[in-house]
Unconditional design. Structure first.
Length: 65
């Protein structure tokens, strides 16, 4: 794994801040940011708030029916 560039060090906290506004929880923001960064199509999840935020960002959610 390569180290972050200066630009990434400045941009990542801003991205997490925006996502944390959508999810109200930093761990959920990290999940969304990681999924978006890796161009994931879906996340596995059991939390309704994270599910709603994931749908907002175009991610499918795998979880209980």
């Amino acid at each position: 794994m390569r180290p972050l560039t200066l630009a990434e060090c400045l941009v990542v906290p801003a991205r997490l801040g925006v996502l944390q506004d959508a999810t109200q929880r930093l761990p959920d923001a990290v999940v969304l940011d990681t999924a978006r960064h890796h161009q994931a199509r879906a996340i596995a999840n059991f939390d309704a708030r994270l599910e709603a935020a994931a749908h907002t960002y175009g991610l499918d959610v795998l979880g209980p029916p």
